[in-house]
Design a protein around this ligand. Structure first.
Ligand code: GLA
Length: 399
């Protein structure tokens, strides 16, 4: 570790000690223990629509969530991301811009479909897309959201960073950030409405160490994903070691899904889904649900993959081993079985093997190939298989 890195790590430690003192009060954990018992599943507007989201888009996505069968597979949140925000009125209450003529009516519509609705804001004066943030209006905004019937808030640091820059020291800046997240948590709690609270501050200041205590039901661990294998793999495989911070009600968030947006092959999207399931990651589809192919739908709704993601024990998996471009990741599941992902990060096919004894299984094991939906039978010792380039073999192994 060089001197600068040492200084940084000492400073993060000091900062964390401060945060723990700050949070030692009887604050409980997440905003509400009744939400996010398993990683939230739904859809978010940003990855596909970005600033083109509007009332009609949200209604069409809600319709498609139901008609496609995704709701019945467990996807319930329809989340409006950045660019919905309009002006504040004379009393300081926020209103939606002209793309969303009646937010309450929209929320009622989404609810009428048996779905829930989410919204987006920033602890700063401005969001990332330069719309109005909640700075100085936290309680008013929480009240407004609850009045509309909002069930989920993504709170994106963005604009607060400019203010943090004037805090005087990195520790003071970090404290300002934590205070801002706690402030909105308290505002949300005060409304009495259960609202999933999603932190988005790109994994800064080891957020996984303090986010749950600050009320987060999920927290982004990295910068933004995009629809490329490289970015998805960098984020997904970069999650090693974070599992111990996740559990029912509080999850690491490696960002939303890109499945169906067209930048990856089916094999690569299978890797995306498999890795996110092993990571107990929130599953927020980011494609246009009203125009998806059968293949995309099958990727998003594979029941066995979703069962791994949503396993009620809530234990996030981790990297078990890596050899060159191949990695084995394992997630322990509530019924004593294990999800085992054999990932090949190379562009061409590679032979891989896994020794079930090393994974803690003693005798013969029952092995199921999840994507192939095929029992591979009873095995002992080592399983060898060829894994496609950028691909995965996802197994469910039990004694
Ligand atoms: C940030 C977030 C994204 C998205 C955009 C919206 O980049 O990380 O997920 O919400 O802002 O402006």
């Amino acid at each position: 570790m060089n001197a600068q890195a040492k200084h940084k790590s000492a400073s993060v430690k000091l900062f964390l000690a401060g945060v723990l003192v700050l949070l030692a009060a009887p604050l409980g954990r997440a905003q509400s223990a009744s939400v996010a018992a398993t990683p939230p599943m739904g859809w978010n507007s940003w990855n596909h629509f970005a600033e083109k989201v509007n009332d009609a888009v949200i209604r069409a996505q809600a319709d498609a969530m139901v008609s496609s069968g995704m709701r019945d597979a467990g996807y319930v949140y329809i989340n409006i991301d950045d660019t919905w925000e309009g002006k504040r009125d004379a009393q300081g209450f926020i209103h939606a811009n002209s793309k969303f003529p009646d937010m309450k009516a929209l929320a009622d519509y989404v609810h009428s479909k048996g779905l829930k609705i989410g919204i987006y804001s920033s602890p700063g004066p401005e969001t990332c897309a330069k719309f109005a943030g909640s700075y100085g209006h936290e309680e008013q905004d929480a009240t407004t959201y609850a009045g509309w019937g909002i069930d989920y808030l993504k709170y994106d640091l963005c604009g607060l960073r400019d203010i943090m820059a004037g805090a005087g020291s990195p520790d003071a800046a970090n404290k300002m950030m934590v205070d801002a997240y706690v402030k909105m948590r308290d505002a949300l709690r005060k409304t009495g409405r259960p609202i999933v609270y999603s932190f988005c501050q790109y994994g800064d200041a080891a957020v996984w160490q303090w986010a749950a205590a600050a009320g987060g039901n999920l927290w982004r661990t990295t910068g933004d994903i995009n629809d490329s294998y490289e970015r998805m793999a960098t984020i997904g495989f970069g999650q090693a070691g974070l599992g111990k911070f996740a559990g029912p009600g509080h999850w690491n968030d490696p960002d939303m899904l890109e499945v169906g947006n067209g930048g990856m092959t089916a094999e690569e999207y299978r890797t995306h889904m498999s890795l996110w399931a092993i990571l107990a990651a929130p599953l927020l589809a980011g494609n246009d649900l009203s125009a998806m192919s059968r293949e995309t739908l099958a990727l998003l709704t594979n029941r066995e993959v979703l069962a791994i993601d949503q396993d009620s024990a809530g234990k996030e998996g981790d990297r078990f081993s890596a050899e060159g471009p191949t990695e084995i990741w394992v997630r322990p599941l509530g019924d004593g079985s294990k999800a085992v992902g054999l990932f090949n990060r190379h562009s061409g096919p590679l032979d891989m093997q896994v020794d079930f004894r090393e994974l803690g299984f003693k005798g013969a094991v029952k092995v199921r190939d999840v994507w192939a939906a095929k029992e591979l039978g009873s095995m002992r010792g080592t399983y060898k298989v060829q894994v496609a380039g950028h691909g995965v073999i996802l197994l469910r192994v039990s004694e």
